[in-house]
Design a protein around this ligand. Structure first.
Ligand code: AHR
Length: 615
C-alpha cells in the first residue's frame, strides 16, 4: 500500500460523511431508546371503539373482585379512551395486596436498585381514592418500590394529574408497574407514564443506547424512517403533528409496516433534541403523500406540502410563528438547526412520485432556500430528471456483492447532485443476525464510499437498533433488551470510520493482484497532533502481509509510541456477538511498534484492520 502523506496532499472528506439512520422499527424507539417504561400508556392501542383490548395491561391476580373496561371518558380530546376499574371489594374482602391492573412495559421493565422512577397518571373517581403505585417483579410477588396516591372524592371528581417518584429497593430487569387499591368504588385511569429519572440530560433517552450512538460520532441523523414514514396505507402513516405537544395529549398510532403501536413519546420535537444531543445534523424524512399501497395524486398534494412546511416551521420558525410557538411551548425557544429534508422514502418508482416531488421541492425551496432536498431517485448511474441537492441510495445485498460495490461510485458523474447512501447493509444468509462476514463486506463498501466522497456526501447503516423481543428486520447494528445490549460486528465497523468525516483522504494505491483486499488512508488532527489512519479489509481466507510505504512521514516521529493497530476478526467468519458473548467479535487494539518508515503489517484472514500512525 503506497500512501502519499506529504504536506498538502489529499482532499477533504465531507464533514457529514458518516452518520446514523434512526427508524422506529424493531422497537428502536418505543421500548428502546425512548426510556418510557409503560407500553400503551393511554389505553389507545386497542383502537377507538369500545370495549377494547387493553393489552399489554392486565388484571392483577386471576379472579380478582374487580371489573375492568375501557370507555371514552378521557379528558384528552385526541385520545378519548380511558380505563375504568370497578372495585367490588373493600379492605376486608380484597386480597392483601389489593386489586387492580399492571403493565409489564416492553417485555419487562428494567428496574435498578437505588434508581428513581417518576410515575405520572391521570385519575378520576366518584369516591375517595387510595391507590398503590408499585414496581414489582414480573409476577407481582416481590415489591421493588411502592408509593400511595390518596385523595378525597372532591379532589378527584374531575380528571386530576398525580405524580409519585419511586426509589427501587431491588433490581429486576423484567419488572412491572402495578396500580392497586382496596377501596370499593369506581375509578378511572388514563395516561400512565413511568420514566426513569436518570435519562440523558433528562431528555428521555435511555443512557446506554444513547451512548452507543454517540460513540459512532455520527455527523447526521436521518429520522424517523424508512417505511415507518410511508406506512402500508396512508391512513396509518406517521403524522408529525400528532407527535408534538404534551405527551399525554398525543394519540399514538399503529405503525402498520412494522406492525406495532407507538405512544409517540419520541416525537418530532424529541428527534430534533436527540440530533442536537448527539451532535448530529437532523435529516427529516417526511411522507410525500405516498404509502406502500396508496398515493395522493399530484393535483391534491398541497395539504401534504403544507404539512411538511409546517413541520419545518416547527423546527426552524421563531417562537412567534404558528408552529415555532408550539415548539417554544414545549420548552425550546430558539430554533433547531434543520438543513436537510428527504421527500419520501423509496418511492421513486411510484406513479405520483415525480409530480408530487416537484411541488414539495418548489414550495420548500421558496420558503427555505438554504434547505437541502433529498430525492428518492437513484442518480448514481444516470442523471435525475428533476432538481435535487442529493439523491438517496439504498443497498441490501450479500457480503461478496457489497464487497465488490467498493467500486460502485467510481464512475458516477462528478457533476450531478451528491449521493446520500442512507441505508446499506449485508443481509440474507451471509448476515445471520450480525456476522463478521457481513461487517467485512460493509467495511469494504465504506472504504469505497470514503474514496468516492467527492460524490458521496453521507452514508448510514440500516437498521440501527433491534429489541430482540420484536425483531422485525435482520440484521441490525445495536441489539438490546430491557437491560442488556451489544454491538454487532457491523456496529464496530462503523466505529473505525468515526474519525473520517471532515478528515483528509490521502491518495493510496494498493499494488499486487489480490482481489480480496481493499485499503485506504486518511489523515486528521486531534489535540494538535496529526494522525494517519490506514484501513484494510482482508476478505480472503488467508493471511496477507501488506507492505506499507508512506511518503511524507518523519521516521523519527514514527518511532514515538502512540501509534496503534486495531483489528476486527474472529475464528469463524460467521461468528456473531450475543447477550452471553457480547464481545466475541469486537476490535482489539494494540500498540504498533515501528522501527522503519516502511512497515509490513499482517492482515489476518477475514479481518478489518486499521493502523493509526502519528505523523
Ligand atoms: O431499514 C429497513 C427498511 O429498509 C427501511 O424502512 C426501508 O427504507 C428499507 O426498505
Amino acid at each position: 500500500l503506497q500512501v502519499d502523506a506529504s504536506n498538502g496532499a489529499g482532499r477533504p472528506i465531507p464533514e457529514t460523511l458518516f452518520g446514523i439512520f434512526f427508524e422506529e422499527i424493531n422497537h428502536a424507539g418505543a421500548g428502546g431508546l425512548w426510556a418510557e417504561l409503560v407500553s400503551n400508556r393511554g389505553f389507545e392501542a386497542g383502537g377507538q371503539n369500545i370495549p377494547s383490548n387493553i393489552w399489554p395491561w392486565s388484571i392483577v391476580g386471576d379472579h380478582s373482585p374487580i371489573y375492568v373496561a375501557t370507555d371514552r371518558s378521557s379528558c384528552f380530546e385526541r385520545n378519548k379512551i380511558a380505563l375504568r376499574m370497578d372495585v367490588l371489594c373493600d379492605s376486608q374482602g380484597c386480597p392483601s395486596g389489593g386489586v387492580g391492573v399492571y403493565n409489564p412495559g416492553y417485555w419487562g421493565m428494567n428496574i435498578q436498585e437505588g434508581k428513581k422512577y417518576k410515575v405520572a397518571l391521570y385519575v378520576r373517581s366518584t369516591g375517595d381514592i387510595d391507590l398503590s403505585v408499585s414496581l414489582t417483579s414480573s409476577n407481582g410477588s416481590r415489591t421493588l418500590a411502592s408509593e400511595k396516591i390518596t385523595a378525597s372524592a372532591s379532589d378527584v371528581s374531575k380528571w386530576t394529574k398525580k405524580e409519585v417518584t419511586l426509589e427501587a429497593k431491588g433490581t429486576d430487569p423484567s419488572a412491572r408497574l402495578q396500580l392497586t387499591t382496596t377501596k370499593k368504588g369506581s375509578i378511572w385511569i388514563d395516561q400512565v407514564s413511568a420514566m426513569p429519572v436518570d435519562t440523558y440530560k433528562g431528555h428521555g433517552f435511555r443512557n446506554d443506547l444513547f451512548q452507543m450512538m454517540v460513540d459512532i460520532k455520527p455527523r447526521f441523523i436521518r429520522f424517523p424512517g424508512g417505511c415507518f414514514v410511508e406506512g402500508e396505507w396512508l391512513s396509518n402513516a406517521l403524522r408529525w403533528k400528532e407527535t408534538v405537544g404534551p405527551w399525554e395529549e398525543r394519540p399514538g398510532h399503529f405503525g402498520d409496516v412494522w406492525k406495532y403501536w407507538t405512544d409517540d413519546g419520541l416525537g418530532h420535537y424529541e428527534f430534533f433534541q436527540l440530533a442536537e444531543d448527539i451532535g448530529a445534523a437532523p435529516i427529516w424524512v417526511f411522507n410525500n403523500g405516498i404509502s406502500h399501497n396508496d398515493e395522493v395524486e399530484t393535483a391534491s398534494i398541497m395539504p401534504f406540502v403544507q404539512e411538511a412546511l409546517d413541520g419545518i416551521e416547527f423546527a426552524r420558525g421563531d417562537a412567534n410563528s404558528t408552529w415555532g410557538s408550539v415548539r417554544a411551548k414545549m420548552g425550546r425557544q430558539g430554533p433547531f438547526e434543520l438543513k436537510y429534508v428527504a421527500i419520501g422514502n423509496e418511492d421513486c418508482g411510484k406513479t405520483y412520485y415525480r409530480g408530487n416531488y416537484i411541488v414539495f421541492y418548489d414550495a420548500i425551496k421558496k420558503a427555505y432556500p438554504d434547505i437541502k432536498i433529498i430525492s428518492n431517485c437513484d442518480g448514481s448511474s444516470h442523471p435525475l430528471d428533476h432538481p435535487a441537492d442529493y439523491y438517496d441510495f439504498h443497498i441490501y445485498t450479500s457480503a461478496s456483492n457489497l464487497f465488490s460495490m467498493y467500486h460502485q461510485f467510481d464512475r458516477t458523474s462528478r457533476n450531478g447532485p451528491k449521493a446520500f447512501v442512507s441505508e446499506y447493509a449485508v443481509t440474507g444468509k451471509d448476515a445471520g443476525t450480525g456476522s463478521l462476514l457481513a461487517s467485512l463486506g460493509e467495511a469494504a463498501f465504506l472504504i469505497g464510499l470514503e474514496k468516492n466522497s467527492d460524490v458521496v456526501e453521507m452514508a448510514s447503516y440500516a437498521p440501527l437498533f433491534v429489541n430482540t423481543n420484536d425483531r422485525r428486520w435482520n440484521p441490525d447494528a445495536i441489539v438490546f433488551n430491557s437491560s442488556h445490549l451489544y454491538g454487532t460486528p457491523s456496529y464496530w465497523v462503523q466505529r473505525f470510520f468515526a474519525e473520517s468525516s471532515g478528515a483528509t483522504l490521502l491518495t493510496s494505491t494498493l499494488k499486487g493482484n489480490s482481489s480480496s483486499l481493499v485499503a485506504s488512508a486518511i489523515s486528521w488532527k486531534n489535540n494538535g497532533k496529526d494522525y494517519i489512519r490506514l484501513k484494510a479489509v482482508n476478505f480472503g481466507a488467508t493471511s496477507v502481509n501488506m507492505k506499507v510505504l508512506v511518503t511524507g512521514l518523519d521516521p523519527n516521529v514514527m518511532k514515538v509510541s502512540g501509534s496503534k493497530k486495531t483489528v476486527l476478526t474472529s475464528t469463524n467468519v460467521m461468528d456473531e456477538n450475543s447477550f452471553s458473548q457480547p464481545e466475541k467479535v469486537v476490535p482489539h487494539e494494540s500498540l504498533l511498534e515501528m522501527a522503519e518508515e516502511d512497515l509490513t503489517v499482517v492482515l489476518p484472514p477475514h479481518s478489518f484492520s486499521s493502523f493509526d500512525l502519528l505523523k
